[in-house]
Unconditional design. Structure first.
Length: 321
């Protein structure tokens, strides 16, 4: 249990290592978690004490204002590839006030005996009456063996700042290795599909340009969005240009994905405002997202070319004389 609590504390202070981007937004991999084609693979390996390959997981961003009592759904589809459930893993960690509520996966009451190489649907763990499914021992008045209702009574009004799907039970396994695959996680009304998206989404009836552009503006901020899309003096026509571009794109899904991937890369650099918009424009490969600086340079080049042409015409005309 001491090792489990140490890993939990590490997660609570958000020492996450970003992994390659994948289909779900609002999700970050940390520790040993790696993206595969159809799932995320997480390894807890204590077979060699010289390595640090002992824990990892998936971190889910939680909307501001979420309280413990407002959680209505918490579930996962997972598979044990090596080892068994046990050692407090796999589990959900609900972050509250710098501590964690642990919600254990696997069959009650031992939370061991998970079928090997078989996809398991945990079902909705919110409201579970399983004895000891929930652990609130990190909180004053909490206990290691608790039900969901008891946890709500203790922490219901307190803010939830994050949720993790965590794996660190290798120490408890016969071979000291626990390997877990997870392909989807559901928190309240959102299901996060943890599959690598390798093809652009279909365009017929699937792409809503206005919704995409609105979400993009919210995520980037107005300054960055206007730098990316705006073409008039105050760049206020950015939204209309964004909607028009996506709506008329030959493959709108691909266009959206290019912009989204570029934004993810630029945000990782810590950019904001105009520099963020310029970075996305330089990386997304979409012609319509030239920045104002690019447009001015292009316009100046066009003007010089035109002037050069006029000068050449006049010189030629003079020679003819």
């Amino acid at each position: 249990m001491k090792r489990l609590l140490l890993f939990a504390a590490t997660c609570a202070v958000a020492l996450f290592v970003a992994a390659p981007s994948f289909a779900a937004t609002g999700v970050t991999l940390f520790g040993t978690a790696t993206q595969e084609a159809n799932d995320v693979k997480i390894v807890s390996d204590f077979s060699d004490t010289a390595t640090t390959n002992d824990s990892g997981g998936v971190d889910i961003a939680v909307p501001s204002g979420t309280t413990f009592s407002s959680l209505t759904a918490l579930s996962a589809q997972f598979q044990l590839q090596t080892g068994d459930c046990g050692g407090g893993s796999p589990r959900f960690q609900v972050n509250v006030g710098g501590h964690n509520v642990f919600v254990y996966l696997g069959p009650s009451p031992s939370f061991t005996g998970c079928a090997a190489a078989t996809w398991i649907d945990s079902g909705n763990l919110v409201g579970t009456s399983d004895a000891c499914r929930v652990d609130t021992s990190q909180f004053t008045g909490g206990k290691q063996c608790s039900t969901w209702a008891e946890a709500v009574t203790l922490l219901g009004s307190q803010a939830v700042t994050g949720i993790q799907f965590a794996v660190d039970g290798g120490w408890k396994q016969t071979g000291k290795v626990q390997t877990v695959l997870v392909r989807s996680i559901t928190v309240n009304g959102t299901t996060y599909s943890l599959t690598q998206e390798t093809t652009p989404p279909p365009t017929t009836g699937k792409v809503n340009p206005a919704k995409f552009c609105k979400a993009l503006r919210t995520k980037m901020g107005s300054a960055a969005f206007n730098e990316l899309w705006g073409t008039n003096t105050n760049a206020k026509n950015g939204f209309g240009k964004c909607v028009s571009t996506v709506a008329h794109a030959r493959n709108a899904g691909k266009t959206e994905q290019q912009i989204t991937d570029a934004l993810t890369s630029c945000v990782a650099k810590g950019l904001k405002g105009g520099p963020l918009g310029a970075c996305v424009a330089a990386r997304d490969g979409v012609a319509a997202t030239q920045t104002e600086a690019q447009e001015r340079k292009s316009a100046q080049a066009g003007s010089k070319k035109k002037q050069h042409g006029q000068s050449a015409t006049k010189k030629g005309h003079g020679k003819k004389k």
